[in-house]
Design a binder for this molecule. Structure first.
Ligand code: ATP
Ligand code: MG
Length: 560
């Protein structure tokens, strides 16, 4: 963090606080609610919170913000821990829960009552809403607002003891029903919920509200900077109000930054949950999902995700980042790392009529064009080959440099072939090409200086491995599906296409989690869940070129 120019506004504040001696150590927290899987927006928050602490020798808590037992589960807790670790961050012994502090929070609520800053309200939820007023109209005091301290304490204790039904009473802060900030109109502190809690069991039937629990949990953990997204800006006066009244020994400071949104993706757990619940995707880890679990299964490398949020930056301005930016990070990371292989996604058979029936030659293929140290492998070449359907065109325009009737093309690492005859089925579809090869043109032999314009990839039929390859596309037709109330209308039906592909035999050794480039096609890796040695299931991580560029440019222009 030496370069001032690359310091975002939060890192600048932290830097200043260290320099002025306001803090000697930075303590942050990442506080997800375990009510769903983490998504790309959370990646930004994780990298920011763990990042600023790591850069300054500070500490970060992973705090499960579990104040809403009805929506939370152990499955989500486990997924959150796995995802944060996978991103390369470690909370060490600082895994906490808002529920760890339920007793302290209860005591703090009692103190607020004793100070005359909180009261038990017995209006119904509907009445409370009605009394709250609107943005243009101030609210009205509840008839229960002036209950005495003793009565309030008694009722609150009995709320805890389980004497009342859900909704019968709530504990509210006594602030100002006329405040222009709706958050300060006597916000609820505790409500009665007779349901068990995934961490606290059935010890409680009253649960604290997020706003009350959050700032105090920050204080208990000695958090110095409580970094959250902009929607909490209007809650900051309340955050500070609790600290002002209760004066904990440590006072955290809330700072807001803008949410990260990814184009053509939803970044709301509620909407992601709907996709899962309705079976629109196969689960939270469906490779089309912008969840960390989905992106990991798709094959996105950690380095690419971290680079992506770095490029997105920490700002105060809402942003919708193009999918192309994310995919470029993935391409750049994999471009260096991934070895090259050959695979044919939509196979068309080529028979080399002048190649001996049973002959098999091994041709030498480079594993990485820019990294000779990664070596070569042998690929079998024989009389019958698979090529890509798209690499042949019967009525080809002049500029089509792949295969056409009478035309020539080079088979990568192999020979130049000429298309002599096109075989069709009864329906008129091309099912096979009869070609001849030129034995003097084998790659790397230098025996011929013949040149052709096009080079295509191929796989020997006899040696090919069958694979089911999943080609993913965006889930939505709308650039900002977050802004759409009904996502059903903007679903992209072609978001998944599965093809029966042919792989070169070296891909038999492709290990779980290993990404490769299929030449001319993109980056691919075995599916974490469904792939096996006997039945290969491969995910397309990303194509080689930015197929989004045009689409996104148009959509972004419409946005602004
Ligand atoms: P969602 O709307 O998806 O449920 P959330 O804000 O309710 O998101 P939390 O589990 O409460 O999710 O979030 C944990 C932390 O991650 C919070 O500090 C929140 O501000 C941050 N966060 C959530 N979404 C984003 C996002 N899109 N960009 C940056 N930070 C985010
Ligand atoms: Mg939340």
């Amino acid at each position: 963090m030496s370069d001032t120019q690359t310091r975002d506004f939060i890192r600048q504040i932290i830097h200043d606080d260290l320099e002025s001696g306001k803090h000697s150590e930075i303590v942050t927290r990442f506080p997800p609610e375990p009510n769903g899987y983490l998504h790309i927006g959370h990646v930004m928050s994780i990298c920011l919170n763990f990042g600023v602490a790591a850069e300054t020798g500070g500490r970060t808590f992973l705090r499960l913000d579990d104040t809403n037992p009805g929506r939370e589960s152990e499955e989500y807790v486990d997924a959150i821990k796995r995802d944060v670790h996978w991103l390369g961050f470690d909370w060490e012994d600082r895994l906490t829960h808002a529920s760890d502090y339920f007793e302290q929070l209860y005591d703090s609520a009692c103190r607020l009552i004793e100070m005359g800053h909180a009261y038990v309200d017995s209006l119904s939820a509907d009445q409370i809403r009605e009394y709250r007023g609107t943005l243009t109209e101030s609210g009205r005091n509840s008839p229960y607002r002036d209950r005495g301290v003793a009565e309030n304490l008694d009722l609150f204790k009995r709320m805890r003891a389980g004497e009342f039904a859900d909704g019968e009473h709530v504990l509210r802060a006594k602030i100002d029903m006329a405040s222009p900030n709706m958050n300060l109109r006597d916000p609820a502190l505790y409500r009665i919920r007779h349901i068990p809690h995934q961490n606290a069991g059935d010890e409680w039937c009253i649960y604290p509200m997020y706003d009350f629990a959050h700032g105090l949990s920050d204080a208990y953990e000695h958090i110095t900077h409580s970094l959250c997204t902009l929607e909490f800006e209007d809650h900051r006066p309340l955050y500070d109000w609790f600290l002002d009244q209760l004066e904990p020994a440590h006072r955290p400071r809330q700072i807001e930054f803008s949410r990260l949104n990814l184009a053509y993706a939803v970044t709301s757990k509620r909407k992601l949950n709907a996709l899962v619940e309705e079976g629109i995707v196969s689960g939270w880890d469906d490779p089309r999902m912008p969840t960390i679990a989905g992106m990991r299964r798709r094959g996105y490398p950690v380095a690419a995700l971290r680079e992506f949020v770095t490029r997105a930056g920490v700002t105060k301005k809402d942003k919708l980042i193009e999918m192309g930016v994310m995919e470029n990070c993935v391409r750049e990371t994999l471009g260096d790392e991934a070895e090259r292989r050959m695979a044919v996604l939509k196979p068309l058979k080529v028979v080399l009529t002048n190649y001996p029936e049973n002959k098999v030659e091994m041709v030498e293929a480079m594993n990485h064009p820019a990294r000779p140290e990664l070596g070569t492998r042998d690929m079998p070449f024989s009389r019958q080959l698979w090529i890509e359907q798209d690499d042949f065109m019967e009525d080809a325009p002049r500029k089509f440099f792949r295969l056409k009737p009478g035309g020539e093309v080079r088979l990568r690492f192999g020979y130049i072939i000429r298309c002599d005859e096109v075989i069709k089925n009864a329906a008129g579809d091309v099912v096979e090409l009869r070609c001849s090869y030129d034995p003097d043109t084998r790659s790397g032999t230098g025996s011929s200086d013949r040149k052709v314009k096009g080079t295509i990839h191929w796989v020997s039929c006899e040696h090919a491995i069958d694979a089911s390859v999943r080609l993913y596309d965006r889930l939505f037709t709308e650039a900002n599906p977050n802004s759409v109330s009904d996502i059903h209308g903007v679903l992209y039906p072609q978001s998944l296409e599965t093809v029966n592909a042919k792989l070169e035999p070296a891909l038999q050794q492709l290990a779980a989690g290993q990404a490769v480039q299929f030449e001319r096609l993109g980056y691919f890796c075995p599916d974490e869940k469904d792939d096996s040695v006997d039945a290969r299931v491969i995910n397309r991580i990303v194509t080689l070129r930015d197929s989004w560029a045009k689409l996104e440019k148009q959509a972004m222009q419409q946005q602004v």
